[in-house]
Design a protein around this ligand. Structure first.
Ligand SMILES: Nc1nc2c(ncn2[C@@H]2O[C@H](COP(=O)(O)OP(=O)(O)O)[C@@H](O)[C@H]2O)c(=O)[nH]1
Ligand SMILES: [Mg+2]
Ligand SMILES: [Zn+2]
Length: 352
């Protein structure tokens, strides 16, 4: 038996389920997403589920479940089921789908916190931290910065200076597999029944941290060869595990580029700590590029604002507005295409 409240099931989700036409079927939370199949944890056991035809084709904007989603399903065979409906998403970590300019992809949903994991070797990259923070702010997911592999050589002073604009706002934890205390510090940041997603490049130690937090080797890490002995491989799927009955941890495979979709300038300014300068610009609609009396540019010139942070601001703003413009274009195209199809249908009816 699984106690679904440990996975976050609550009154409000129950009420949501009641609104579904399938409200007398079973419910559960997606714990692993495979290509076309989903592992769903429910009250009695884990089910391997596929989507119903209606879930695939019957909805206007099909959004398929992701790890962390709550779904309604019908068991069909032993341990197998069909997902019939999905509860409305909350607190979802999205990213720009690779190879597209206007498609969002859900990474994990019903997420309270995100551990932004970077290792203190070549992987450490402040710009990438800012990128994650911007995206998380869009859905009100609390970020925590986790800097791993402190046992390797790194310059602590330089690192701390580089994240000064971040460490005042969000918790920062330095960890190493050789320091049990550092793992405990992480554990303390996870409240009972809370869901935490681990994001970051491949090889930074996400799965290792999850295993240490769970006190067992649940997830495969890079150090372990696969059973064929052909070589090493790490997680390529999003997987949710329960930590010692008190928190839900979601592992994600590393992505090379994490594209943002949050186009809220105010959030961007807050994340990058430039709001206070912005307020002093001569023009209220200042874009901080080359305007007269721009306090942001002045702050860069005086050394009050790190030029790297300023460049990051311009880059993220451009990227997010490009995404929004592309979504707008795509919607326009889809609308005109569906009009065309309608017109074609009408005229063919007249002809025959
Ligand atoms: N030196 C050192 N190596 C670590 C630490 N944490 C993880 N690793 C190693 O980094 C490699 C990648 O770890 P893994 O958890 O698979 O990374 P993931 O791809 O982010 O899930 C493995 O060989 C781990 O043993 C650490 O704190 N210190
Ligand atoms: Mg991994
Ligand atoms: Zn300005």
């Amino acid at each position: 038996m699984n106690n679904l409240s440990l996975y976050g099931w609550n009154e409000s989700l129950f009420r949501q389920k009641q609104k579904s036409v399938y409200n007398n079927c079973m419910h559960g939370r997606v714990s692993v997403t495979h290509k076309t199949c989903y592992t769903v944890v429910s009250e009695d056991t884990f089910y391997s589920c596929e989507l119903s035809g209606n879930m695939i084709y019957g909805r206007e904007y099909p959004e398929y479940p992701c790890t962390g989603d709550w779904v309604i399903f019908q068991p069909v065979d032993a341990g197998k089921g069909i997902i019939l409906d999905m509860l409305a998403r909350e607190k979802t970590l999205y990213r720009l789908k690779s190879g597209t300019v206007s498609e969002k992809q859900a990474v994990a949903s019903y997420v309270d916190k995100a551990f932004i994991v970077q290792s203190l070797d070549d992987n450490f990259n402040v710009r990438r931290i800012e990128r994650f923070m911007l995206q998380l702010a869009d859905e009100n997911i609390q970020p925590v910065l986790v800097l791993t592999k402190t046992d390797l050589e790194f310059n602590k002073d330089e690192t701390e200076a580089a994240i000064r604009h971040i460490s005042g706002k969000i918790p920062v934890v330095f960890t190493s597999i050789y320091s049990p205390d550092s793992i405990e510090q992480l554990r303390e940041l996870i409240s009972p029944c809370e869901t935490v997603v681990f994001t970051g490049s491949s090889g930074v130690g996400k799965s290792t941290l999850i295993n240490l937090l769970c006190g067992q080797e649940i997830l495969q890490t890079a150090a372990i060869s696969d059973h064929t002995g052909k070589g090493k491989h790490t997680s390529t799927r999003r997987e949710m595990v329960l930590m010692d009955k008190s928190g839900v941890l979601i592992d994600t495979p590393g992505v090379k580029v994490f594209g943002v979709t949050n186009n809220d300038n105010e959030t961007l300014s807050e994340v990058l700590d430039i709001s206070s300068f912005e307020g002093q610009c001569l023009f209220r609609d200042c874009r901080h590029v080359n305007e007269k009396g721009c306090a942001v540019i002045k702050a860069v010139e005086n050394g009050d604002l790190d030029p790297g942070v300023y460049e990051s601001y311009l880059k993220l703003r451009k990227e997010a507005s490009h995404y929004t413009a592309s979504v707008h274009e795509r919607r326009k195209y889809e609308k005109s295409f569906s009009k065309l199809v309608k017109r074609a249908k009408n005229s063919s009816f007249k002809n025959y």
